[in-house]
Design a protein. Structure first.
Length: 91
């Protein structure tokens, strides 16, 4: 993954700072979804008698849609905005 981030222009330290939680999570293997959403998570939720789907997900979001493990969404640096040709007009 470090090589992929290097191609995108990130340094090793930037990757550790911004994506460290994701890299640590991948130490246990990649998510086995493969793009096929069969509803397995909801079935497990029912079988486990959970009140919320967040109890099943490995990376749940909080009530405001934030990912507390990845600290996402987070501030975007000016370099990223320039790469995407995005200008913020603060009026």
């Amino acid at each position: 993954m470090y090589k992929a981030f290097a191609i995108a222009g990130y340094t090793h330290d930037e990757v550790d700072k911004k994506f460290g939680a994701m890299l640590r999570a991948f130490e246990y293997g990649a998510p086995p979804h493969g793009g096929a959403a069969v509803g397995f998570d909801r079935l497990i939720m029912i079988l486990m008698n959970c009140d919320s789907i967040r109890d099943i997900y490995a990376f749940p979001k909080d009530g405001q849609g934030r990912d507390v493990m990845m600290d996402s969404p987070s501030e975007v640096n000016p370099k990223q905005l320039r790469e995407l040709h995005i200008k913020i007009d603060e009026k």
